[in-house]
Design a protein around this ligand. Structure first.
Ligand SMILES: [Mn+2]
Length: 351
């Protein structure tokens, strides 16, 4: 096996002094410097950052509004519907919000849009169904920011809409095109001064949960109990592992073995992984694809049922089913690749 090659770019900095100050080797100091982590505080956070170093949820624009509205709706027992998405970030966001809202005593359910049938994100049929079901408030996660017409319809029908998302905002002639939500929590907004906007949808949801728990006097520790799902989504949605993302992934991986989700433990077990030593690689290439197999609506709903499941036998059955679905998808990809290689060879490389 070829040895790894590490390139050490030389930059003008006093590595020895830095190493001494942070109690690290000069080589580590140099690597950190080369990763553009600058300043003593940033370096310390990089090395020893923990959950206490996460940014305050209040730094997100509209967070206070979102919490004010949600708290009132929860206390009035108004029916709330979470609308997620069916990739890994959407599934984790939905799971997080659903668990947290239930914790606060909310009347809540969830829905995942059918991307193949209705296109990406929240759509008109979901809005109409929510209206017919007597839903008072819709909370989106990992989607919603682009749904200008759909949210307008929901408003016209008299519903309250809270948007939580992390996707880029569409612009028309340099103007941001924002949907008419009652609160829009998305760090990509121009008017939002959140220090690190490169977070995934589940992280935005996690921030909302932290603020909500504070409003309900629920301990911060309770929100930390769910950190593994923000970590799984951060890796699965391929976010840069810097700043806050690095902390959440580090802490999430540490805590995954103690997860409250029986379904997640079953999925780890069925894939023959060691729950106490899960790596980012295993999240990205084993656990993630199982929660996301084929990117189909059915799988997303099954994944959510698995994560929420509290029955041992049922969880076992669903974990096996998701693993099988992922194995099938892998086989299909493999035979598709083989087929493509064969085609190219026959058509272009005939001797
Ligand atoms: Mn996402």
């Amino acid at each position: 096996m070829a040895a790894e090659q590490w390139m050490l770019q030389t930059k003008r900095a006093d590595f020895d002094e830095m190493a001494k100050f942070h109690h690290i080797s000069p080589v580590t100091a140099r690597i950190i410097r080369n990763r553009e982590v600058l300043g003593r505080e940033a370096v310390e956070k990089y090395l020893r950052g923990g959950l206490g170093d996460l940014y305050s949820p209040c730094l997100l624009k509209d967070m206070d509004r979102a919490i004010l509205i949600l708290k009132e709706k929860i206390l009035q027992l108004k029916p709330i519907r979470i609308v997620g998405d069916y990739d890994i970030d959407g599934v984790c966001s939905t799971y997080l919000l659903y668990q947290a809202l239930k914790e606060t005593g909310a009347v809540v359910d969830y829905e995942i849009p059918d991307r193949i049938k209705d296109g990406y994100g929240i759509n008109e049929s979901i809005i109409r169904a929510a209206y017919e079901d007597g839903i008072d408030t819709i909370v989106t996660c990992d989607n919603g920011i682009a749904a200008v017409e759909q949210i307008s319809l929901a408003k016209k029908l008299g519903m309250t809409v809270i948007i939580t998302d992390h996707h880029d905002i569409r612009k028309d002639d340099g103007q941001e095109m924002l949907p008419p939500g009652d609160a829009i929590v998305n760090p990509k907004q121009e008017a939002c001064s959140y220090p690190f906007p490169e977070i995934c949808g589940a992280m935005v949801a996690f921030k909302l949960i932290q603020a909500l728990y504070e409003a309900f006097g629920i301990s911060k520790e309770k929100s930390f109990d769910m950190v593994e799902f923000a970590a799984i989504a951060t890796v699965g949605d391929v976010m840069k592992l810097q700043d806050e993302n690095r902390i959440i992934v580090k802490e999430g991986l540490k805590r995954i073995g103690n997860t409250k989700s029986l379904g997640l433990l079953k999925l780890i077990e069925k894939n023959n992984l060691d729950k106490d030593h899960i790596t980012a690689y295993q999240i990205g290439f084993v656990i993630g694809p199982c929660l996301n197999a084929g990117g189909r609506l059915m799988t997303a709903k099954l994944a959510l049922s698995l994560l929420l499941c509290q029955d041992e036998e049922e969880a076992d059955r669903m974990a096996v089913e998701l693993k099988d679905l992922n194995d099938q998808r892998k086989d299909m990809t493999k035979s598709g690749t083989d087929e493509a290689v064969k085609l190219v060879e026959e058509h272009f490389f005939q001797g």
